[in-house]
Every structure is written in structure tokens, then in C-alpha cells.
Design a protein around this ligand. Structure first.
Ligand code: HEC
Length: 114
């Protein structure tokens, strides 16, 4: 984790007792950068998937009885999801998702299972 080293060095904090605090702070700093794709995925999910799927914890109703994304997160691997979304599926509209959109969605959905 080079990020952690440079982060602590940047602050000039080296005392061992500070490490847990630094680790926490580092996560907080690193997470937004990592979460960018999942954020885009959430936006796509709200736009294109929320009519039929429950795509996030706050959503309580969907029009169709499709599996909630939180369930999909625990039953499908990332590779599985990628394959599913890359191919048209009879009960879902063909959304012709780009590779980037698929990656973002897969990042978002799998994060729901963490
Ligand atoms: C028009 C309604 C509709 C829309 C819009 C829709 N879905 Fe679905 N989706 C379904 C239905 C219905 C199923 C269940 C199909 C089945 O079980 O045969 C499903 C199943 C899935 C599954 C497989 C779940 C599983 O594990 O069996 C995934 C993954 C999925 N959808 C992702 C998405 C994503 C991502 C979007 C948005 C980009 C989306 N869906 C938009 C209706 C929809």
C-alpha cells in the first residue's frame, strides 16, 4: 500500500500509536477515488434499472418482480454479472450497455454485497 506510506509521510506522522487512526483516515481518503465507478454505476442503475429492480437500500418499490440488486450482489459473481449484462436477456430490455457502463454497474452491484 504505497498510498498509506505517502499519506502518512505527507503528514509527517510516524508514531506507531497513530497507525489505526491513519489507516482509518487513509481509507476515507482512498474510498472516494475507488468509489467513482460504483457512483457512476448507481447513477446508471437509478436511470435504467430502478423501474424493475430495487437498486439501492432506500428504494422500496419497483414495477416488476425482478430480483433486488442487494440479492443479486450475494448470488452472482462479478464475472457472472458482466456476462449477463453483456448479452440481451429476454425479460429485460436490451440496453446495449457499453463496457464502461457494465464495469460501473458491476462495481456498484457487487459493492452492495460487501
Ligand atoms: C423492464 C424491466 C427491467 C429492467 C429495466 C431491468 N431489468 Fe434486470 N431483470 C428484470 C427481470 C424481470 C429479471 C428476472 C429475470 C428472470 O429471473 O428470469 C431481471 C434479472 C436481472 C439480473 C439477473 C438476476 C439473477 O441473478 O437472476 C441482473 C443481473 C439484472 N437484471 C440487472 C439489471 C441491470 C443492471 C439493469 C439496468 C441496466 C436492469 N437489470 C434493468 C427486469 C428488468
Amino acid at each position: 500500500m504505497t498510498t498509506r506510506v505517502s499519506f502518512t509521510e505527507a503528514l509527517g506522522l510516524r508514531a506507531t500509536w497513530m497507525l489505526p487512526a491513519i489507516a482509518g483516515a487513509t481509507l476515507a481518503v482512498v474510498a472516494p477515488a475507488w468509489a467513482t465507478d460504483a457512483d457512476k454505476g448507481r447513477t446508471i442503475a437509478r436511470l435504467w434499472c430502478a423501474a424493475c429492480h430495487l437498486v439501492e437500500p432506500g428504494q422500496t418499490t419497483a414495477k416488476v418482480d425482478a430480483p433486488p440488486f442487494a440479492t443479486i450482489a450475494t448470488t452472482r459473481s462479478a464475472a457472472d454479472l458482466r456476462a449477463f449484462l453483456a448479452n440481451p436477456y429476454p425479460r429485460m430490455p436490451n440496453m446495449s450497455l457499453s463496457r464502461d457502463e457494465i464495469d460501473d454497474l458491476v462495481g456498484y452491484i457487487t459493492a452492495l454485497g460487501d
